[in-house]
Design a protein around this ligand. Structure first.
Ligand code: PGA
Length: 243
């Protein structure tokens, strides 16, 4: 099967204000319009602004959603609200949600069902901590997270997997190409029923390592945190994937 187009997604996390978001979006208009799918996931409060000036060729995504569709859930945002706002994608199961909000595999699976129900594409994050890697559990942890997420609504096109080793997120420590190849091959095997599902790598992706990582086998793109907040760096990563 032919490899899917690369998918480069910026996760802005809890960063930015109206002025910086406007500047960043304006600078991203220089993105290449060929051979690569691009997505931006700003904070909830910047979705509307981002949607109104979304640069050509970019999808709009959110960083989380509720497992509930509506009701008395103060502070939560539903998948249908995101869809209504113009989102096509939502990141779920990011390690920062798993860690700081104690999100379990079960909760993430229910959020996925809600997102699919609303017609959103889920970017599901999986990844091991440093201790889990050092104790030889990396593949078991990632397989557990992945299997728990393969709910009946999952298809090859409504779900994208992002392998993000927790120790590589925001640390500047990037996984070696060998580590990435090994883990992506394991994930691909687990996904054998879903031919063509994309598997992204995330964790300190920068312009100087993007080309090598993006062209490793079974790597279909990147989930980019810090470097997606700087237009020149994010554009360089997109360029590296588009080649
Ligand atoms: P990073 O974040 O690129 O800053 O390491 C990646 C992520 O958390 O998605």
């Amino acid at each position: 099967m032919e490899s899917p187009r690369k998918f480069i997604c910026g996760n802005w996390k809890m960063n930015g204000d109206i002025t910086s978001v406007q500047t960043l979006l304006s600078d991203l208009r220089a993105a290449p319009q060929k051979g690569v799918d691009m997505c931006i996931c700003p904070a909830f409060v910047h979705l509307s602004l981002t949607q109104s000036v979304l640069p050509e060729g970019f999808f709009l995504g959110a960083q989380d959603c509720s497992a509930q569709q509506n009701g008395a859930f103060t502070g939560d945002i539903s998948a249908s609200m995101l869809k209504d706002m113009g989102c096509s994608h939502v990141i779920l199961g990011h390690s920062e949600r798993r860690h700081y909000h104690a999100e379990t595999d079960e909760l993430i699976a229910s959020k996925m069902a809600a997102a699919h129900d609303s017609g959103l594409v889920v970017i599901l994050c999986v990844g091991e901590t440093l201790t889990e890697r050092e104790t030889g559990q990396a593949e078991a942890i990632v397989s557990r997270q992945l299997k728990a997420a393969l709910i009946p609504s999952v298809t090859a096109t409504n779900t994208i997997i992002a392998y993000e080793p927790v120790w590589a997120i925001g640390t500047g420590k990037v996984a070696s190409r060998q580590d990435v190849e090994t883990m992506h091959a394991t994930i691909r095997k687990t996904l054998d029923k879903y031919a063509g599902m994309r598997i992204l790598y995330g964790g300190s992706v920068k312009p100087d390592n993007a080309a090598e990582l993006m062209h490793a086998p079974n790597v279909d793109g990147a989930l980019v945190g810090g470097a997606s907040l700087k237009a020149d760096q994010f554009l360089a990563i997109i360029e590296a994937a588009a080649v």
